[in-house]
Design a protein around this ligand. Structure first.
Ligand SMILES: Cc1cc2nc3c(=O)[nH]c(=O)nc-3n(C[C@H](O)[C@H](O)[C@H](O)COP(=O)(O)OP(=O)(O)OC[C@H]3O[C@@H](n4cnc5c(N)ncnc54)[C@H](O)[C@@H]3O)c2cc1C
Length: 507
């Protein structure tokens, strides 16, 4: 059942067994997974069914570090940021879960195997095929191309799948509307979590609407699923009993904000013959009604040996050089000259046919892992939003290991392209101390309520329960201790399913 909070009388007091704050992929997944469990569930959502500018403005804030689009990088409406997401899906790699002595604060409380069954279920929810992420034989058979086999052992192939993309707000609206024991409260902004006098349990939520109503919801259990930036903000705003915010006894809330630094235009690979670079590396292929594309990433042994962070590289054909069209930039002229000289050597088919293109430019893009850094963080600003709540202040920082890892991977990849005869690479990697070009984020907000068995090092435990608070849980990528180089939604949906299992078993 859907209820608009603006239709409830001011001062209304509601009750539920389980309150889930935030109806994005994480919150909706938990509500659906616990549907039929006999619990009364209330999904409390700030927005309406579609994005509205006054609610979206609540996502604004202040940047202290690298500039970041706080409003544009999330959507505050039923369905959350899945209204705008691109659908790129890939699980984390097994090494991403490990404690790596060269990555400070790394190590999940469990390994890939624990999450594997949940990944399979998460694929169904995101409408992609499980077990296609590392299955080179499947993609080889489906595409009809032989995939190159890098010999150095430094670079490996992985496969990204594309969700249709699943828009949670429309895809799962009907099932929630019909669910017997689920109420979805729209236009309901949670302003604070209320706790018992000792701060060891949460008793409910303080809710406000933008038209001035104040409501409260008493709950036996609360799951915070408001995204990687609002989860820490809500804990920090909940300072009625704990002056530093709930779950923040050890000053961990909001720290270790991580993104996947995204870079492009740092490498152009001049390819003489596309036969050496199969189509699945250059564009999305539709197979069995699902879309996928091959990506390059560093092998686990290379990461260990060189003590680097993870990365994912994907590319597409930018320019195709006609045999005698004039080049419009000095770089293009250089590339054409290279193709004239090297093309015949780099071709799989021998001398080029009359009128065939001289060659192509394959443009690479990269999404990098970022190392956890306690100084890269979310705090509260002194400015306030339309509800009178302190806005968030993001200080996103990148460090030396982040930059060094990126540069090492690009060099290894360039050498591999040469060794495989695919092409020659033009690089722009900047100097030792700076990034080559502007770094942006991928709209991935991770790490701000990180998972760790030790309350001095994390905000939630391995069950995603806030340390020291018996009935408060967190869902979403804010619990990732490290973020690997895979887009986060598949993993956060898998974690949400795991949390639902835990809550289902705890009556
Ligand atoms: C443009 C764009 C492209 C993206 N592309 C990809 C991609 O290709 N692959 C990928 O894996 N990820 C992608 N993402 C990220 C992806 O959308 C998020 O990882 C995912 O939506 C996070 O799910 P969530 O449920 O944790 O949070 P959200 O989707 O952010 O949902 C949180 C919900 O909580 C609500 N809320 C917030 N504060 C409150 C409050 N105080 N009270 C009540 N409700 C509140 C919000 O309105 C929202 O509905 C993209 C994001 C954007 C913006």
């Amino acid at each position: 059942m859907f209820i608009d909070a603006r239709d409830l009388p001011d001062g209304s007091r509601l009750e539920t067994d389980l309150a889930i704050v935030g109806a994005g992929p994480a919150g909706i997944t938990i509500a659906r997974a616990l549907q039929g469990s006999g619990r009364d569930i209330c999904l409390v959502e700030s927005g309406g069914l579609t994005p509205e500018s006054d609610t979206q403005a609540l996502a604004d804030g202040e940047c202290a570090g690298i500039d970041y689009p706080l409003q544009a990088s999330r959507v505050r409406a039923f369905g959350g940021s899945s209204h705008h997401w691109g659908g790129f899906c890939r699980p984390l790699d097994p090494i991403d879960f490990e404690a790596r002595d060269w990555v400070p604060h790394s190590g999940w409380p469990f390994g890939f195997a624990t999450l594997a069954p949940y990944y399979a279920r998460a694929c169904e929810i995101l409408e992609i095929a499980p077990a296609r992420f590392t299955d080179a034989a499947y993609w080889q058979a489906a595409s009809g191309d032989t995939l190159p086999e890098p010999a150095s052992g430094r670079v490996a192939t992985t496969f990204v799948q594309f969700s249709p993309p699943t828009r949670f707000g429309t895809r799962y609206h009907a099932v929630l509307a019909e669910a017997m024991y689920i109420r979805v409260l729209l236009h309901a902004n949670v302003c604070a979590l209320e706790s018992t006098a000792d701060g060891r349990a949460v008793s409910g939520l303080a809710i406000r609407t933008l038209d001035g109503r104040r409501l409260s919801l008493a709950a036996r259990t609360v799951v915070l699923a408001t995204g990687g930036l609002e989860n820490p903000r809500l804990l920090l705003l909940s300072d009625g009993v704990a002056p530093n915010g709930l779950g923040n006894d050890h000053d961990r809330v909001g720290r270790c904000f991580m993104e996947h630094p995204h870079l492009s235009h740092f490498a152009e690979i001049v390819v003489a013959d596309l036969a050496l670079l199969p189509r699945v590396y250059r564009e999305q292929l539709q197979v069995d009604g699902r879309r996928g594309q091959a990506a390059f990433h560093p092998s686990a042994s290379f990461l260990r040996q060189r003590r680097l962070l993870n990365a994912t590289f994907m590319g597409g054909i930018g320019t195709t050089f006609a045999p005698d069209a004039p080049a419009d930039t000095p770089l293009a002229e250089e590339q054409r000259a290279l193709l004239r000289a090297l093309g015949p050597l780099m071709s799989a088919r021998g001398p080029a046919r009359e009128g065939a293109p001289l060659g192509h430019v394959f443009n690479l893009g990269c999404a990098c892992e970022q190392a956890p850094d306690p100084d890269s963080r979310v705090t509260l600003s002194t400015t306030r939003d339309a509800l009178g709540l302190r806005r968030l202040r993001l200080d996103w920082r990148l460090g030396e290991l982040d930059r060094r890892s990126f540069a090492a991977h690009v060099r290894a990849l360039a050498q591999e392209f040469g060794a495989l005869g695919i092409g020659r690479t033009w690089l722009d990697l900047g100097d030792e101390h700076s990034w080559p070009i502007t770094v942006s984020g991928g709209n991935h907000h991770m790490g701000t309520t990180r998972m760790h068995a030790d309350p001095h090092q994390g905000v939630v435990d391995a069950d995603c329960r806030v340390h020291g608070i018996d009935n408060l849980y967190i869902a979403g990528s804010s619990v990732f201790p490290t973020g690997g180089a895979a887009n986060p939604t598949l993993t956060l949906v898998a974690l949400a399913l795991r949390l639902a299992d835990h809550l289902g078993a705890r009556r």
